[in-house]
Ligand binder design. Sequence first.
Ligand code: PLP
Length: 449
Amino acid sequence: MYQSEMVSRQSLPDREQREAALAAAGYNVFGLSAADVRTDLLTDSGTGTMSTDQWAALLGGDESYAGSESFERLERAVADILGFDRIVPAHQGRGAEHLLYGALVKEGDIVVANTHFDTTRAHVAEAGGRPVDCPVDGAFDLSAEGPFTGNLDIETARERIEAVGRDRVPAIVVTVTNNSAAGQPVSVANVRRARELADECDARLVIDGCRFAENAWFVRERESEFEGVAIDDIVREQASYADAMVVSGKKDGLANAGGFIGVADRADEDDLFTRLRERAILYEGFYTYGGMAGRDMAAMAVGLREAVEPAYLDHRIGQIRELADLLEARGVPVYRPVGGHAVYLDAGAALPQIPREQFPGQALVCAAYREGGVRAVELGGFAFPGTDRPEFVRLALPRRRYHREQLEHVAETFGAVVERSESVGGFEVVDQPEREALRQFSATLRPVE
Ligand SMILES: *Cc1c(COP(=O)(O)O)cnc(C)c1O
């Protein structure tokens, strides 16, 4: 459904160069120079291609410090698409999280979620709280099939809340789609029940809505109540239950930077909106730009509207499925059903000879870079030390960036690795940062002899 209006040249460094680049990066693909990567599936965050309408809006950006017209455009877009009349802008999703969880969470609190995304977990902890994950059964089970394995387990959440006492629970978080649990969707029925639970406990319901549009697409496809309902109606319906919604504009904002918090009218009792604005001034920027350039807000305002277009979403989620099918046809073990932004591979099944302590996921990631210059990311025992997360490798597709040929290249690359899987060896950590939870970004490794 697109034609290219601008291109960037690409090449594949030869095998020796790739080998040298990988060694120089300490076998951690976050350390690679992007120029040495052929097809970059590290993340779908901020890596999409903007439309000509977004570029046009960007050129008209208003860079006024206060009361920028571009901010007003963004406000109108959020009100139209998500139904929040009040927003607090931030430089990206985690900036918004810092504002929100810093305002809500006190020392000794717990926050329950379907699964906290890494930065959400870190911000809850930074504010003195304890993040508690309550995913439904099967969320991390590679053989489980279900339409909404991204859901919050309401009963478990209630038990965890009762165990600490309701007054210690400032917020219940529902992440749509559930990025850390293979990008699986959350049903609207589940969001409603989370709302009821929040009311019972006098807690806030926060929606981490980075992928609000992709989630709505799955709701329309899988939740009978919403069969045939327009995507933008579903988007507003799911958002209507939240007291606050955190959005990274780098995902379904179709922008390269930015984010915001939508604050519902109902969240007014203790002046949440005012407190968030004050924190914005302190940490992000004045409350009509929040660390974004005016032009970035203008581009995001257009992007939010494009993200709910049915043809765009069909293409977007269709590409993820296409990649999953191509990989499977070459014998690569894929997590099913596929989610909305990425294909997750089961590295434990692809490289069964590598024990968990030697990071089969990281071994698969390194082998794919060496084989075809493809950059993926490990989300298993290396990224989440001390957990029993499956050995996931995530192939996140940037929005509107790659074409069928690149998807074929990715599938051929992983297919070739899996075909010679017995020649792939494990890794050990050489050096890692003090904060072990963030080691995936900066630790260095070496091949096990
Ligand atoms: C990306 C993401 C964030 C953080 O947003 P950034 O813009 O990367 O800071 C928070 N939650 C979820 C679910 C995300 O996917």
